[in-house]
Design a protein around this ligand. Structure first.
Ligand SMILES: [Zn+2]
Length: 214
């Protein structure tokens, strides 16, 4: 059969084109023939390279991050709504409108990084967002706001660990209006005797540390 473009006769036509497969001897003949007819060639997509596949996956995962961000700020039934939309965290209109703008502003995501708001009470917008590791992010969450006492600054979780009580105990004392110093010094009820013993021992060392720092 002769090629419809160049007339070359071949037995085996290359199946390089989706439309008109088997009628042209080469991809180039098909493209040129379409061009001359003023038509757009419909080409079968070529195989993706490794790096294109990686880029595609990366783009999909960044898109998932983008969608998640929009969802927890806008959909009341999102399980995390109360920490986001529910407390007034919004996504800037530029990012709401376009995933491409989000990608352009955030830049490429380093491996295993997540989106983080620098100011945890601030919104999702270019000046308040960055890519961070899970570890950095965990230290920047609202729950882990930094607390200073006895000349030392730690997260609530770190204070709790260092004096051997649950973070919940510290949190509930702070919420009921105790100062952080009193919260950390005051022995906890004798019901929790083991924890109380740990607290006494370590709160003394904290007090010493505090005195020497003062
Ligand atoms: Zn040809």
């Amino acid at each position: 059969m002769p090629c419809l473009y160049c007339g070359k006769v071949t037995w085996q036509f290359k199946s390089v084109v989706r439309a008109g497969a088997g009628k042209y001897c080469e991809r180039a003949c098909y493209i040129l023939s379409m061009k001359e007819a003023g038509l757009a060639p419909r080409l079968r997509p070529r195989h993706k390279t490794e790096s294109e596949i990686r880029q595609g996956r990366e783009r999909a995962s960044v898109k998932g991050i983008w969608r998640g961000m929009l969802d927890r700020c806008s959909r009341r039934s999102n399980p995390r709504w109360k920490d986001y939309g529910g407390r007034g965290i919004t996504v800037c209109s530029r990012w709401q409108e376009s995933f491409e703008s989000f990608v352009a502003d955030m830049g490429s995501r380093p491996p295993a990084h997540q989106i983080d708001r620098i100011d945890n009470d601030g919104n999702y917008e270019p000046t308040n967002c960055r890519w961070v590791t899970a570890e950095v992010k965990a230290n920047n969450t609202r729950r882990n706001k930094l607390l200073t006492a006895f000349g030392e600054t730690k997260t609530l979780a770190e204070w709790a660990r260092s004096i051997g009580v649950s973070p919940r105990t510290i949190g509930s004392r702070l919420r009921s209006g105790w100062s952080l110093e009193r919260t950390l010094r005051d022995p906890i009820s004798s019901r929790h005797s083991r924890a109380a013993k740990r607290l006494t021992t370590s709160s003394e060392s904290i007090r010493e540390g505090g005195d020497s720092a003062a």
